[in-house]
Design a protein. Structure first.
Length: 173
């Protein structure tokens, strides 16, 4: 497994797409955005589910955590069955988020990748995307990395996704 962590609009999804192109074997990609999109509407605006604040803050409750744990376990099971898995995530609680993943993956081989991006650049990307709450990228740019340990870090502030993907692929090889 490869687990990429970085704030919103840091470039993780672009790196994942490039990784799928440059890695010699097929890799499946799964992102936290897909999990959120799969949630029932009532969970997406609930204190027990996930809420997006007007300031870009994100809060999650017990229902979200339970569904997230099941999602993680499912991805790890797929990896255990031989699938190569890339995860695109945002560690909203830094080290605690990484620990939830560590607990889920157990002894599965994981490459932990930090995807950094200057908060101003991420904020500009956020505006260009138009599908994020204003302020989310800036607030997550540092928060997602607090207390997290990586095997490798890339910075998309001035580096293209393909170059970052090649750096990660070289580490996988």
């Amino acid at each position: 497994m490869i687990i990429l962590n970085g704030g919103s609009s840091s470039g993780k999804t672009g790196i994942v797409r490039c990784l799928q192109d440059v890695l010699p074997d097929p890799w499946l990609a799964f992102g936290i955005d897909s999990l959120i999109e799969a949630l029932p509407a009532k969970t997406q605006a609930s204190e027990d589910g996930i809420e997006f604040g007007a300031d870009g803050g994100v809060s999650v409750g017990t229902d979200f955590r339970a569904l997230e744990a099941a999602w993680m376990a499912g991805l790890v099971a797929m990896a255990g069955s031989g699938a190569r898995i890339i995860v695109d995530d945002v560690f909203l609680s830094g080290a605690a988020s990484q620990q939830r993943w560590r607990d889920a993956v157990g002894d599965t081989d994981v490459l932990w990748v930090g995807v950094r991006c200057d908060s101003e650049v991420a904020a500009a990307r956020e505006v260009a995307r138009g599908d994020r709450t204003k302020g989310m990228a800036a607030s997550q740019a540092r928060l997602a990395h607090e207390g997290v340990a990586y095997d490798l870090e890339v910075d998309t502030t001035r580096t293209e996704s393909l170059t970052c993907a090649r750096t990660i692929a070289a580490r996988v090889a």
